[in-house]
Design a protein around this ligand. Structure first.
Ligand code: SF4
Length: 228
């Protein structure tokens, strides 16, 4: 693949942004390696300062992720906003004194991810989110545009990108990898809920390993589906 192969995909994102000129955009990122092509593309489309990158700073992220986020945003000249939860960690324990991620990970994700992001939606019009259809059966059923809360629209420009596309785009643009990739992590979220699985066919298997949970709520609770 060469740079020209990606032009139609990039033109489509450019056209969407131009069509919605004047709207208040923001993008979210986990700063995993596969999320970086989107940030790179947006850094070339938007004027400096016209879009910010939001990350949910749960307090449980790997230190490597926080440092890498700073490095990437400095390199791409994108303002970074780290969203902190309102509830202090001392109040995020169950009756046995264990952190909620151990007994009620859905509630833990709500407090640390969904609620902080929820507060951003009302002050923006378009939320750019880099989910890909090849990541899970749930994501495969998402549309390029979905309705979020408080009148905000979710735009999923990477939906038709494959992991192969991501690989070649990174190679062509010399985009670095998350520092934990070389240790064999396939998907990297919060430290307590990430497992280093080296040989799984699905990158999402590395999250909430052994639990019947595949999404944190950002891609479920913050999408408003029309009722049938
Ligand atoms: S991924 Fe785990 S630690 Fe992070 S917010 Fe969700 S349950 Fe809590």
């Amino acid at each position: 693949m060469d740079i020209a192969d990606f032009q139609p995909k990039i033109d489509s994102i450019k056209a969407y942004v131009a069509q919605h000129k004047g709207k208040r955009f923001f993008v979210t990122s986990s700063f995993q390696t596969h999320s970086l092509p989107l940030l790179h593309i947006l850094s070339e489309i938007f004027e400096p300062g016209d879009i910010s990158v939001f990350m949910t700073n749960t307090g449980f992220l790997f230190p490597e992720t926080l440092e890498f986020a700073d490095e990437i945003c400095a390199r791409f000249k994108l303002p970074l906003v780290k969203l902190n939860p309102d509830q202090p960690k001392i109040l995020q324990k169950d009756q046995q004194g264990n952190f909620l991620y151990a007994s009620d990970p859905d509630l833990c994700c709500t407090i640390n991810k969904t609620q902080p992001l929820n507060k951003v939606l009302g002050s923006h019009d378009i939320w750019i989110n880099g989910v890909r259809a090849d990541q899970s059966s749930f994501r495969k059923n998402l549309n390029v545009e979905e309705r979020s809360k408080f009148g905000c629209t979710r735009y999923h420009p990477m939906l038709d990108w494959t992991s192969r596309d991501i690989y070649y785009y990174r190679e062509l643009h010399n985009i670095p990898e998350h520092p934990l990739d070389k240790e064999g992590y396939q998907s990297i979220g919060c430290e307590p809920c990430t497992t280093c699985i080296k040989y799984s066919g699905n990158e999402r298997d590395a999250r909430w390993f052994g639990l019947n949970k595949t999404e944190c709520g950002i891609n479920t609770d913050l999408i408003v589906k029309e009722s049938a």
